[in-house]
Design a protein around this ligand. Structure first.
Ligand code: COA
Length: 162
């Protein structure tokens, strides 16, 4: 059974596994590691809300997916979804969807944010679209890779617009 949990960098073993997954799936392909990532986002590692997908292994919990939420960024009421990654051996099982839904519930529910956005690698655009996110603006380059801004407005905000 896979569970989605919220952890912090002080959750030693689970955080170490989250970092290893981010390095494997997202950072190393860009020539980065967690130290370089921390340099790019100084002080943010503790400010992120860390969501992980875990399953029980006889040797303990194993992290097989992760996502970060940066609330009230770049301004109050907006949140950024970052570092979305699923273990390559477990992709296509719905774990990415579960992680994003958990982030949406936290952002639009408890935190009361009005909008979420992310910088999606172009190849992941369809994943966010399947979850109801919409493209917002033109393609741009980030870390030398084509990206798109994808965003989702809180359900309540949509009703107010209609
Ligand atoms: C992108 C990623 C997070 C998706 O996670 P996942 O667990 O494999 O996705 P899910 O199984 O939850 O897929 C949910 C839906 O999105 C679709 N989907 C998944 N990845 C997709 C992609 N790259 N393009 C189009 N659709 C995609 C699935 O087919 C599924 O559709 P369905 O509801 O019709 O079955 C994962 O593949 C990953 O870590 N990729 C490498 C890193 C990456 O690109 N991260 C995003 C950086 S912005």
């Amino acid at each position: 059974m896979v569970r989605i949990k919220r952890i912090t960098p002080s959750d030693g073993a689970l955080y170490a596994q989250e970092v290893a997954l981010r390095e494997q799936v997202l950072l190393r392909p860009l020539g980065l590691d967690i130290h370089k990532f921390r340099d790019l986002f100084p002080g943010y590692e503790d400010r992120f809300e860390h969501f992980v997908a875990v399953f029980d292994h006889p040797s303990g919990e194993r992290v097989i997916g992760c996502a970060l939420l940066l609330a009230d960024y770049p301004e109050r009421g907006i949140g950024k979804l970052m570092q979305m990654a699923v273990d390559p051996q477990r992709q296509g099982e719905g774990l990415g969807r579960r992680l994003v839904v958990e982030v949406e519930c936290r952002a639009f529910g408890e935190l009361g944010l009005r909008e979420l956005f992310c910088h999606s690698q172009k190849g992941a655009k369809g994943f966010y679209e399947k979850l109801g996110w919409a493209r917002d603006g033109d393609e741009f380059s980030e870390a030398g890779i084509p990206h798109l801004k994808m965003s989702l407005v809180a359900p309540d905000e949509e009703e107010e617009v209609e």
